[in-house]
Design a protein around this ligand. Structure first.
Ligand SMILES: Cc1cc2nc3c(=O)[nH]c(=O)nc-3n(C[C@H](O)[C@H](O)[C@H](O)COP(=O)(O)O)c2cc1C
Length: 366
């Protein structure tokens, strides 16, 4: 029996209040997104760096200008492929794309997504202040900013309302204290109760209710991995949850089997913070790569900036940290010791690699 309410976002309603978090690079592609959508949730393709492991890109291209142009073109073409494949696998499912505002090809990926039938755009890693303008010709596409503070949500609502007469169709609130991937807070802020989901979600829900006539659902991300954690998130006032880590050890996850098994055999004691070239830290599984980075060792002579992919990048500008594209790509292709394996605090909840439908059935069962 299911007692959870469906999740309406814009003109779409997911039977279950479960959004699968976008996970780059190629951890959530067409396979995972379609499986989640088919099981009654919202499936999300991460658009970041899809061109890396695609037939459209040759990393050995010698001319840096040609290589860069080729990379951004490859990202676009690979996103089209993923969207087509996801739609073929899930003709009626609700499908979104997660796009990083901090990526230099953010605008081009937004255009590509909306021209290729996406239902929702999730935009994080920066404030998506001009997203309504970029998508004005496709008002049916729901727009969902990913934020970590009430303040960020207020800035977005005010700007969108004033400038575009539009409001977000939902917010994802990413809890930096538990979520996998890039965090919206500095390492030294992580213990602060002011950034906890228990503080931010009720405050945001109240602000949205008091300020706007139309309902704007809030989706809680970070640490949701089973029925109790899902119910806890809903008890804070969230209308739904976004889940990343728990969907990794699944049959349909798009990463290499070695990546899924690394996740499967890990437990919360393996979780570490790692600095990232974008500035704020990430949460990941400890491995040889992370140990090298945390010891301040160079990331290797072959790791050079090859695509100029981010607006701000310590590796490109100062040779600090590492090339995050290469690190995520290596991991996703199966080199789990020399790549970056993002994971949230709730890692280790699965006892075997399961079909997505089974994970969702477990989450929604009473
Ligand atoms: C492997 C991995 C990759 C991720 N990549 C992205 C990404 O590309 N963009 C993004 O906005 N969030 C990314 N995230 C965050 C997820 O979308 C999601 O919000 C988060 O995993 C929720 O926390 P949980 O892992 O505790 O479920 C990533 C998380 C993981 C574990």
């Amino acid at each position: 029996m299911n007692t959870l309410s469906p999740l309406p976002i814009g003109s779409y309603t997911a039977p279950y209040p479960i959004v699968q978090g976008g996970m780059g690079i190629r951890v959530s592609g067409a396979g995972l997104a379609a499986a989640v959508a088919n099981a009654g949730g919202i499936g999300v393709i991460s658009a970041v760096g899809l061109g890396m492991n695609s037939p459209y890109f040759d990393i050995e291209e010698k001319n840096p200008k040609t290589r860069q142009t080729q990379f951004f073109r490859a990202n676009r073409l690979a996103l089209i492929d993923e969207l087509r494949q996801a739609r073929a696998l899930s003709p009626r499912g609700i499908l979104g794309v997660n796009i990083m505002v901090a990526a230099r090809d953010y605008e081009s990926l937004v255009q590509t997504a909306i021209e290729n039938g996406v239902n929702l755009i999730f935009a994080g890693a920066g404030l998506p202040l001009n997203l309504p303008e970029l998508t004005a010709h496709r008002p049916e596409v729901a727009l969902v900013p990913i934020i970590s503070s009430l303040r960020a949500a207020q800035v977005i609502c005010k700007k969108w309302q004033r400038q575009y007469n539009r409001l977000p169709d939902a917010f994802v609130v990413e809890n930096p204290q538990s979520a996998g991937g890039h965090l919206g807070a500095k390492a030294e802020e992580l213990g602060d109760p002011a950034i906890a989901a228990e503080t931010v979600i009720p405050a945001l829900v109240q602000y949205l209710k008091e300020t706007f006539e139309q309902p704007i659902p809030v989706i809680a991300a970070g640490g949701v991995c089973d029925r109790p954690s899902l119910l806890h998130a809903l008890s804070l006032g969230a209308s739904g949850v976004q889940i990343g880590t728990r969907f990794i050890p699944t049959e349909e996850c798009d990463a290499d089997l070695r990546y899924k098994e690394f996740h499967l055999h890990a437990d919360p004691a393996d979780i570490v913070l790692v600095p990232s070239p974008v500035g704020l830290p990430g949460r990941a599984l400890r491995n040889a790569f992370v140990d090298r980075v945390n010891a301040g060792e160079p990331s290797g002579p072959k790791d050079q900036c090859f695509a100029n992919c981010l607006q701000v990048c310590k590796f490109r500008d100062r040779r600090e940290t590492y090339c995050i594209l290469r690190a995520l790509d290596r991991a996703c292709r199966g080199d789990v010791e020399n790549g970056l394996v993002f994971a949230g605090n709730s890692v280790g909840m699965s006892t075997r690699i399961q079909p997505v439908a089974e994970v969702i059935a477990e989450l929604v069962a009473v």
